[in-house]
Design a protein around this ligand. Structure first.
Ligand code: FAD
Ligand code: PYC
Length: 416
């Protein structure tokens, strides 16, 4: 990263920001690569970075139909936590959490990872039993997690209505202190710059329109810029993964839904942690810029348009005002949507496929931002070795045949 002296800082503040170096090249596609990653979101870029950095595989292309990070990666609300119920998911998300803790240093790019803690509120006795169970499971897995009562919640978030008069009074919460938020586009840019500097070709505005398959093995992809050969292909296309699987001749148990978020006008610092409520059904944090970052559940219908419907926005804001009556006069600034790929057990798919050499990494649904470094790390290992990493193995598509589902609807929570 460039460092400035006091004089340099003033010079750049007054300059017109000309002649800045590009962060990555804009290469012409080669005829063939050892590995092609389809999808230039956080997970695809992280995979390419770790392939190059940890496995020395640098003859790699990331093929992105739009711009890097323009999918869910830069549309999400950036909550990072690892407090999942089952051992398999807890291990994967905690692996990611540990990588988050050193990520800015590793990629030499400030991803603004802020461990300000995440509260998952309980409003009923059953919520509290579920919270207790999940916190116990987290602690058995070495994940920092605590149960707070209503007083503990109020102490952490004095501006929240924790009174008994609320329609669904807050009874307590799970609290993960190491959880928090990060700057999403910086994650994509940091991995992109890191991968590019190790020799990976980042091909933007290049759409994969089909897979080249010979005798049951992938040998490349068709794109709008011509065919490109590859020995191994990793498909990391989030909400478009069902469509990509169909191109390769098989089906995945995924549904694509819009998931929305919205931000308010900037306010002075007022909320220094992340609050999520599955029950009242909304979640909120405050960005470093001051905006309140708000979201709730998916829009219930299937679709591929990156926008959602007004009733979901209205429902979400009702929940926020119920928890924080003082925000009732705050004005909302912007709203947007992404397309999330949800699996029947609210867990991802990291898997080989019926086509040899073709791997899929998808199904992260409403909760994959937090997994970005871990997902890329284990997926790169799997592509490099030709066998699934032990943290990825439980998330194979075989589980939909064997029935070994990993039900994380509780931990996936409010956004599902
Ligand atoms: P993406 O970033 O979507 O990348 C996939 C890329 O594939 C896209 O850039 C797309 O253009 C490209 N692509 C698709 N088809 C093709 C093709 N044919 N050829 C070439 N390229 C193609 N997760 C959390 O953990 N915490 C949160 O707080 C959170 N909040 C969210 C809020 C919202 C509103 C949304 C929409 C999602 C949220 N998520 C959250 C989920 C999270 O954003 C995703 O799970 C994660 O970003 C997925 O990353 P990705 O790299 O797999 O996908
Ligand atoms: O997975 O923590 C999460 C999340 C929050 C908002 C959307 N997803």
């Amino acid at each position: 990263m460039q460092r400035y002296s006091g004089f340099g800082l003033v010079k750049h503040a007054l300059s017109h920001h000309e002649n800045w170096q590009r962060q990555w090249r804009n290469p012409t596609p080669k005829k063939e690569y050892d590995v092609i990653i389809v999808g230039g979101g956080g997970h695809g870029l992280a995979t390419a970075y770790y392939l190059a950095k940890e496995h020395g595989i640098t003859n790699v292309a990331v093929i992105e139909k739009g711009w890097l990070g323009g999918g869910n990666t830069a549309r999400n609300t950036t909550i990072v936590r690892s407090n999942y119920l089952w051992d398999e998911s807890a291990a994967l998300y905690e692996h990611a959490m540990k990588l988050w803790e050193g990520l800015s240093q590793d990629i030499n790019y400030n991803v603004m990872f802020s461990q300000r803690g995440v509260l998952n509120l309980g409003h009923t006795l059953q919520d509290m039993r579920d919270i207790q169970r999940r916190v116990n499971a987290n602690r058995l897995n070495g994940i920092d997690s605590e149960v707070l009562d209503a007083r503990g919640v109020q102490e952490l978030v004095p501006i929240m209505d924790c009174s008994k008069n609320a329609r669904y009074p807050v009874m307590g919460a799970s609290w993960q202190p190491r959880a928090g938020v990060a700057r999403h586009d910086a994650v994509a840019w940091g991995y992109a710059r890191g991968a590019d500097s190790l020799g990976v070709d980042l091909l933007q505005n290049t759409e994969v329109t089909g897979f080249k398959i010979l005798d049951g093995r992938v040998v490349g992809v068709h794109t709008n810029r011509g065919d490109i050969g590859a020995k191994t292909v990793g498909c990391v296309t989030a909400g478009n993964s069902g469509v990509m699987a169909k191109m390769a001749g098989f089906q995945l148990p995924l549904e694509s839904h819009p998931l929305q978020a919205l931000v308010s006008e900037p306010l002075k610092p007022i909320l220094d942690t992340v609050v999520m409520s599955n029950h009242v059904h909304g979640y909120i944090s405050q960005s470093d810029k001051g905006d309140l970052v708000i979201g709730a559940g998916i829009d219930g219908y299937n679709g591929y348009g990156q926008r959602g419907s007004y009733p979901t926005v209205e429902h979400t804001l009702q929940a926020i005002v119920e928890m924080f009556p003082m925000f009732s006069r705050v004005r909302m600034n912007r709203q947007w949507g992404g397309i999330v790929d949800t699996c029947p057990d609210a867990c991802p798919i990291l898997s080989r496929t019926p086509v040899k050499g073709l791997y899929f990494n998808c199904g992260w649904g409403t909760g994959g931002f937090k997994a970005t470094p871990g997902s890329g790390h284990v997926f790169a290992w799997s592509l490099a070795k030709g066998q699934m990493h032990k943290l990825a193995a439980p998330f194979s598509i075989d589980r939909f045949r064997t029935g070994a589902l990993i039900d994380e609807h509780g931990a996936a929570g409010v956004a599902h």
